[in-house]
Design a protein around this ligand. Structure first.
Ligand SMILES: Cc1ncc(COP(=O)(O)O)c(C=O)c1O
Length: 323
């Protein structure tokens, strides 16, 4: 009998969020000792892992009475959370306003608009480069998000602050990985933006087995969480590396170590994922797999490493990731 990913008809596309495949990257690891298991989050309906937190944040707010029928939802986004929220709000009938830096790729704004969102683009700081969103650029988007939330009496689906954002990964992403790998994970490493994924997954992994090592992945030159000075705030790995030292969803007690990845490494591995594994994913997917390869080459030979592939390569067609 054939095994189907979904064996019943879904009530809405929200039922297709999560439960993504876990894929062993056997071609990329041909020349190293050890395994990389990659969670194909680009197969979510909005083509990223952020669909999960969008659903969790909205459903917990509904359950707690913090979000009323028809109330406007507001959030700042590098595009992926906004796409997830656009999908969830479209299905559930909430108007959604997405605030995004002009530095993020244009596909993202177009996709959110197509899904019915109102998209407000915020100019980058003078001297910033499109495609390279810094912490300073993000602070401008945060300021605008606060203002619009107040003006519209909206619910702020705050992915940096709401514990529900992390809970999506604690309750679902990591338990799915453990189930799909028969509990056989030695190491987890993850590129951090809000820290919601790392916080939720690391908590679940440590609960399952305190010996699972959890590494934070940062861009070289903007590795502030590991205490390094910022020399390259305008890195290319979109979705994270904002040079923010305080992330409320990132519980430091789960961090066993820090890894750094250069733009070139992330891009090179994203291209190898496409060409060798047939996996069309984005910059941060390249960063996560590049970090896992570093571990397998340096002291963690023979281990099984779990990573997420946070979003789709389709989100970067306008960039030089794909030549
Ligand atoms: C493509 C991509 N990768 C990685 C991240 C970082 O994930 P988190 O915010 O859970 O730390 C994000 C967050 O927006 C993202 O969009």
């Amino acid at each position: 009998m054939e095994t189907l990913r979904y064996d019943t008809c879904l009530d809405s596309v929200l039922g297709a969020i999560g439960n993504t495949p876990l894929v062993e990257l056997s071609r990329l690891t041909r020349d190293v000792e050890g395994r990389i298991l990659a969670k194909a989050e680009y197969l979510n309906p909005g083509f990223s892992k952020k669909d999960r937190i969008a659903l969790q944040m909205i459903e917990e707010a509904e359950a707690e009475g913090k979000l009323k029928p028809g109330q406007t939802v507001v959030e700042l986004t590098s595009g992926n959370t906004g796409t997830g929220l656009s999908i969830v709000c479209a299905v559930k009938g909430y108007p959604f306003v997405a605030l995004m830096s002009r530095g993020n790729s244009t596909e993202r704004a177009r996709m959110m608009k197509a899904l019915g969102a109102e998209v407000i683009l915020i100019d980058q700081l003078p001297g910033s480069t499109p495609g390279q969103v810094s912490g300073g650029d993000l602070a401008l988007v945060e300021e605008a998000a606060r203002r619009i939330t107040k003006e519209r009496n909206a619910f702020r689906a705050d992915q940096f602050q709401l514990p529900s954002s992390s809970r999506a990964h604690y309750l679902h992403t990591a338990p799915e990985i453990l189930k799909q790998s028969n509990g056989k994970v030695d190491i987890y490493c993850d590129y951090v933006g809000t820290g919601s994924t790392f916080g939720g997954c690391a908590a679940a992994f440590k609960e399952h087995d305190p010996n699972i090592l959890c590494y934070v992945v940062e861009p070289s030159g903007a590795a502030v969480l590991s205490g390094k000075p910022v020399t390259n705030p305008n890195h290319r790995i979109q979705g994270g590396g904002y040079s923010m030292t305080e992330l409320s969803l990132l519980d430091k007690k789960y961090i066993d170590g820090y890894l750094q990845v250069t733009d070139e490494e992330a891009m090179n591995v994203a291209r190898r994922l496409a060409k060798e594994e047939g996996i069309f994913a984005g910059f941060s997917s390249g960063a996560n797999v590049a970090a896992a390869l570093q571990l397998l080459k340096n002291g963690h030979q023979g281990k099984t490493i779990a990573v997420l592939l946070p979003d789709s390569g389709l989100k970067y067609l306008s960039t030089d990731l794909w030549e």
